[in-house]
Design a protein around this ligand. Structure first.
Ligand SMILES: [Zn+2]
Length: 456
């Protein structure tokens, strides 16, 4: 029997880490890496010590938050007071979190739409520390990292819709280089079945996969149990169920007040305008452009457009070399190289100029594709200008000398070929290429090899 699909209303509050160099209100390095030694990237400000004053908010964080607001189609507000959101918890040394949200706040962006879902607001805030409830240990490395929170209207009906939409959101924001996708996202899910249950908030679900499972569980639970109180629940990924954390806070519990230390954040219109003009094209627009402008197949375009670094690299190369010729070199050879070294393009220094020069040598027949691949393989961790001294050998005399020595060295392969074994020809051709240090013109060498074999 097919299970009845439970639907309802789902809204999201999504927290993403901005990939800034420094924290929001101090100059501590903002590292989102896991496994760092605890409490090594801290200072009096981000550990909330008495008398420590915050610096003016990190401009890089403000700029990236504005980029995100614009991509979400939000109206960007011009004047925003920083708000202290109070709560007592071991992860919050000051006793309050600095945010652009809450009672008396003006969020950074409002009234947006992204991929058919209404964005109620988005804002910038600082992350609290991480607190390990079983040991009581607190690690302040994360304390003060800039986060954006994106709040959607309850426009989703199913977990599948949420998952597909979140995938697109993360991809777009990674494309902007505004968020650190490796640091993951934290999502609070507001969910209820109209007429059956009141709104429940599931706190801190931290992967797109888990969000789908948490929503499926909660719909099923609410359909079965109903529910006439608003409450906050916790998702237990191991047990695969939600449980009650607390009844929902009201806004008054947070005692929101404007921060007296930091001036109101004012965004002049030219600042927002300049960010808007410099926004990169969306992944969808980029894919369409690759097909139209460079005549790429839709699968190559899809692959390139999935990674902003890869597509930027390709477009730089395609200024020098025909795009259709360059595409497989990037989508097959360069990716093979990166996979082999288990790195992203960002982490190696492969210069587009060197890559273009390599491809131009191949196009003009000065390098064999095989030799070019060998040169590419040597470009770890950085590339260098390829040399024409490594040119293709087309001199028949020189090629014949390789062929003669190969035939001498492999009499068994020669007799196999004569006996009708076609594979022996591949073997001999491989030996000729090897003898020439992969520089022999393949077509010419093969022709000469066949001629030589016919005379044996
Ligand atoms: Zn600090």
């Amino acid at each position: 029997m097919k299970q009845k699909l439970v639907q309802g209303m789902i809204g999201l509050e999504i927290h993403c880490y901005l990939n800034t160099r420094e924290k929001l209100f101090c100059t501590c390095i903002a590292s989102r890496e896991r496994g760092l030694a605890p409490n090594t990237l801290i200072c009096p400000t981000c550990t909330g010590q008495p008398g420590a004053k915050p610096r003016a908010p990190n401009l890089e964080a403000v700029r990236k938050a504005v980029q995100i607001a614009l991509v979400l189609g939000c109206t960007v507000n011009a004047r925003m007071p920083w708000i202290r959101k109070h709560y007592a918890w071991p992860d919050l040394p000051k006793g309050y979190q600095m945010t652009l949200s809450g009672t008396g706040a003006t969020p950074l962006g409002v009234k947006g739409t992204f991929q058919g879902i209404e964005i109620s607001e988005m804002h910038l805030e600082e992350d609290p520390a991480s607190w390990e409830p079983t040991t009581g240990n607190v690690d302040y490395n994360r304390s003060g990292l800039p986060l954006v929170e994106i709040v959607t209207a309850p426009d989703f009906s199913t977990g599948e819709e949420v998952q597909a939409w979140l995938g697109k959101l993360v991809h777009h924001l990674t494309y902007l280089k505004a968020i650190d996708a490796n640091a993951g996202i934290k999502v609070d899910v507001n969910i209820n079945i109209p007429g059956v249950s009141k709104r429940v908030e599931i706190k801190n679900v931290n992967s797109i996969d888990e969000i789908g499972k948490a929503i499926a569980f909660e719909f099923e639970r609410q359909a079965r149990e109903g529910g006439n109180v608003e409450e906050t629940r916790r998702w237990d990924a191991v047990k695969g169920k939600t449980s009650v954390m607390r009844s929902k806070e009201t806004a008054a519990d947070y005692r929101f007040i404007a921060d007296p230390d930091i001036p109101v954040l004012e965004l002049v219109s030219s600042f927002v305008h300049d960010i808007r003009t410099a926004l990169p094209a969306s992944p969808d627009a980029t894919r369409a452009k690759l097909v139209k402008q460079y005549k790429l197949s839709s699968s190559d375009a899809q692959l390139l457009a999935s990674d902003i670094d890869l597509v930027t690299f390709f477009e730089q190369v395609a200024q020098e070399v025909d795009g259709a010729f360059a595409a497989p070199w990037v989508t097959v050879e360069l990716l093979r190289f990166l996979n082999y070294h288990k790195v992203s393009l960002e982490k190696v220094n492969i210069q587009p100029a060197h890559f273009s020069a390599l491809l131009q040598f191949v196009q003009r027949g000065k390098l064999t594709p095989l030799k070019a691949k060998e040169i590419l393989n040597s470009w770890y961790p950085q590339s260098s200008m390829p040399s024409v001294a490594e040119s293709t050998i087309r001199d028949e005399k020189q090629l014949l000398s390789f062929i003669t020595s190969v035939l001498h060295a492999h009499p068994k392969a020669v007799s196999d070929y004569k006996a009708g074994e076609v594979k022996a020809l591949d073997f001999l051709m491989g030996a000729v290429m090897k003898a020439s240090a992969k520089r022999a013109d393949y077509t010419l060498a093969r022709k000469l090899l066949l001629q030589a074999l016919s005379k044996v």
